[in-house]
Design a protein around this ligand. Sequence first.
Ligand SMILES: C[S@@+](CC[C@H](N)C(=O)[O-])C[C@H]1O[C@@H](n2cnc3c(N)ncnc32)[C@H](O)[C@@H]1O
Length: 199
Amino acid sequence: MRKRFLWLGLFAFVGMSSGLVSMPGWLATRAAAQSQDDVESKKIVPYVPTPQEVVDRMLELAQVKKGDVVYDLGSGDGRIVVTAAKKYGVKAIGFEIDPERIRESHENIRKAGVGHLVEIRQQDIRTVDLSPASVLTMYLLPEVNLMLRPNIWSQMKPGSRVVSHDFDMGDWKPLKTVELKDNSTWGHTLYLWRVEAKK
Ligand SMILES: C[S@@+](CC[C@H](N)C(=O)[O-])C[C@H]1O[C@@H](n2cnc3c(N)ncnc32)[C@H](O)[C@@H]1O
């Protein structure tokens, strides 16, 4: 009897993982709900897009140039990395947890024709190795900026630039602060830092 159950279990496992037997509807629905729960539990910042004219100013402030590698942490619909690639011809990688935003990003990458330069990784921003980036953009929250600050300092190379939309980094004084209004006259603040050589 026990042996028969073991065989049944093995049959179901091999069948489902090989695609020979499809997952029952209720199980698929539960799996989808579970993975949405996983996404929600990792989300530490809500989605609020940066207006395009502010995106443009963020990249200008960072003085993006040929050879830079731009990372956007919590990349939303991917417009920051798409704009970096399209305007400056640089490699740009967005890190995003939400599959819906990732789908929108892929659509924006396709429309802009920058698939050879832009990549979106579904990854928790708290686990990203920042060492390959020479420009980092963020539109997160004050406490999230502070949480990421040690990684920025220890992983990014001297001379790398960091631009944050609306939120500063506590007592790490910015090199420059820019106040601007978007097309709907809403005010925004941009902060620029330069990573210094480790002492
Ligand atoms: C305020 S939006 C900024 C979007 C984009 N960078 C911009 O400026 O238009 C923050 C983004 O971070 C994403 N996010 C939140 N928590 C995250 C996490 N732990 N890992 C990766 N992305 C996350 C959200 O899904 C959202 O798209």
